[in-house]
Design a protein. Structure first.
Length: 233
């Protein structure tokens, strides 16, 4: 059975592993990051709320989000939109693609000069806020979480990888891709990664794998990543 390394943080790692088993793969779960809530600063007034990650909503408290729920929320992807609904937002606009598509949607739907509150993580893709400001918006960024590196002992990782070479490995974020690349570069683990294909959620994530056999999904979703993996099986 083809072994596939899952490096995303929990609870997503276990959910992805279950989907891989159902597809006939053997998942190897090794989260390289954990999501940690960070106390957000009190936001200023805003005309609309923006979220580019479901984690930004999952890790914000109800007390923090309460005063924002009457605002329209712009989300990238259905997973983020679902998290917004669970948090209590009712007026939600969804861009199906990437943050670039979300910026374009906001540019079409929101008057220039509006004040946007971007709920985000400490580590995030560069350029999104600059794009919004270039479109004439005032942007305030409030960080509600961070992706903290998980420190695993080499002996633990060796035992986990001892079952055979990895046919594939998944990367769902730029930070995750960089940590995965560093893991594959470690001399004691190189044998496990010989011939491994890296299936990435976007071209930016694939670029962090530094010339390895890295493939980018057609859309930045888990479904697209797993479809890409299945097509290569």
């Amino acid at each position: 059975m083809r072994r596939v390394l899952v490096t995303r943080p929990e609870p997503g790692a276990s959910a992805t592993a279950a989907r891989l088993r159902a597809m006939g793969f053997c998942p190897v779960v090794l989260p390289l990051t954990r999501i940690v809530a960070t106390p957000p600063a009190a936001p200023g007034p805003c005309d609309a709320v923006v979220a580019t990650s479901a984690n930004a909503l999952r890790h914000a408290s109800a007390d923090f989000l309460g005063p924002l729920l009457e605002r329209r929320l712009f989300a990238v992807g259905e997973a983020t939109a679902s998290a917004a609904r669970r948090a209590g937002f009712a007026d939600i606009a969804v861009a199906a693609g990437t943050a670039v598509d979300l910026a374009a949607l906001i540019g079409r739907d929101v008057p220039r000069g509006a004040r946007l509150l971007h709920l985000a993580g400490r580590e995030r893709t560069e350029g999104f806020e600059d794009d919004l400001r270039a479109r004439g918006f005032a942007v305030e960024i409030v960080e509600t979480y961070r992706a903290e590196e998980v420190a695993c002992e080499a002996a633990f990782i060796s035992r986990l990888l001892a079952g055979g070479a990895l046919w594939g490995a998944l990367a769902f974020s730029e930070r995750g891709g960089m940590l995965l690349s560093a893991l594959a570069d470690r001399p004691q683990f190189r044998e496990a990664f010989e011939g491994t294909r890296f299936f990435c959620i976007s071209a930016k994530v694939a670029a962090t794998l530094r010339g390895r056999d890295a493939l980018a999904a057609a859309q930045p979703t888990e479904e697209a990543v797993l479809a890409l993996l299945s097509s290569q099986g």
